[in-house]
Design a protein around this ligand. Structure first.
Ligand SMILES: [Zn+2]
Length: 342
């Protein structure tokens, strides 16, 4: 039966490679190397930078697709302050207050990498009366660069300019109690879940039931990740499940999303997924995600005529300090495997 050993083996390679939306070359190289090692060679990189992998199934009666996004939230340099700090703009929708105090890297367009720390405009408790109360928003945080810089010119001399990516620390660990903690479980856990299922199928000579395309997209956090996928009959996005408020989702189960901000997912396919989970005794929940869109909704909005659905492990504190549990990951792996081989 499918296990999480391979998942645990690959998380460092996937999670520790910086990949804010649009900065995809490095993560694509890591993923291509993995696919080659696993014996999956029939892939291409699209113009936009997504990986499209084809796997022949037992039947060509229909063509199905799955996806996970390998892009993450991040920041970008917006301007250089007179004192040598950097003002930033958000890439995607990070929880800004949680960024206060985080270590980061500034990556220049000629591949120089500098380290720094994200701080508020009132960072010193001994100096600023509002150090504790100042609102942390995108206009009130800066990056303090770990170089001797006293003015804008000093920063420019380092090769840093507006439009450079700022990547903050993913802080990835698995605890002895089975929790995966990282900034970007959304959606790198799903990338590793898909790779783990594909590894299991390859090792055991199991083909998917139908011809399938697997996508690793890198513009999901900015809304159009899977907008350019090919014509498919079915498309299953594997992405994080929501946890909180009155939602049923939790870190130990696979969440099946019936509806999110983009509207309901395909009724029949969602029902099939619920029945697959129920009949195989998986821990699963069905939920409405309040403020959410996925690669499946991006595909629908772009005009792809497919049955679209969404599943994923429940993630606590999404877009902040995220956490899920290895049980939720395993239940998601199992449902994905059951879907591919049904
Ligand atoms: Zn996501």
């Amino acid at each position: 039966m499918i296990e999480t050993n391979f998942f645990k083996e690959i998380i460092n390679d996937i999670f520790l490679t910086d990949s804010p939306s649009g900065f995809c070359k490095n993560i694509n190289n890591v993923l291509i190397n993995k696919l080659n090692e696993m014996g999956y060679m029939n892939y291409r990189i699209t113009n936009k930078g997504s990986i499209e992998l084809f796997i022949e199934g037992n039947s060509s009666e229909k063509t199905i697709g799955i996806s996970a996004h390998d892009d993450t939230l991040g920041l970008m340099v917006r301007s250089i302050c007179a004192n040598g700090n950097l003002r930033v703009t958000a890439v995607g929708g990070p929880s800004i207050p949680t960024l206060d105090g985080e270590y980061c890297k500034i990556i220049t367009r000629d591949n120089r990498v500098y380290t720094g720390t994200i701080l508020s405009d009132s960072p010193a408790v001994h100096v600023y009366k509002d150090a504790n109360t100042k609102e942390r928003n995108i206009d009130s945080i800066v990056v303090r660069i770990d170089e001797v810089v006293n003015c804008k010119e000093d920063v420019v001399a380092l090769g840093i300019q507006n439009g450079d990516y700022v990547c903050y620390d993913p802080k990835t660990i698995i605890t002895d109690s089975g929790f995966l903690k990282s900034r970007f479980i959304d959606d790198k856990a799903s990338v590793c879940i898909i790779l783990s299922v594909l590894e299991y199928m390859k090792k055991n000579n199991i083909k998917p039931s139908y011809n399938m395309y697997c996508y690793f997209t890198n513009h999901e956090e900015v809304g159009h990740g899977a907008a350019s996928i090919r014509k498919l009959d079915e498309f299953l996005a594997v992405d994080m499940g929501c946890v909180g408020l009155d939602l049923a989702g939790n870190e130990y189960s696979v969440s099946i999303c019936a509806k999110d901000s983009s509207g309901p997912y395909n009724y029949e396919l969602t029902t099939d997924l619920i029945n697959l989970a129920k009949n195989n005794n998986l821990k699963y929940t069905v939920d409405i995600f309040p403020y959410y869109g996925s690669d499946a909704s991006a595909a629908l909005k772009a005009g792809v005529d497919c049955k679209a659905a969404l599943i994923g492990t429940g993630v606590c504190a999404s877009h902040g300090m995220e956490r899920t549990h290895i049980d939720g990951i395993l239940n998601t792996m199992k449902l994905l495997y059951l879907y591919l081989t049904r």
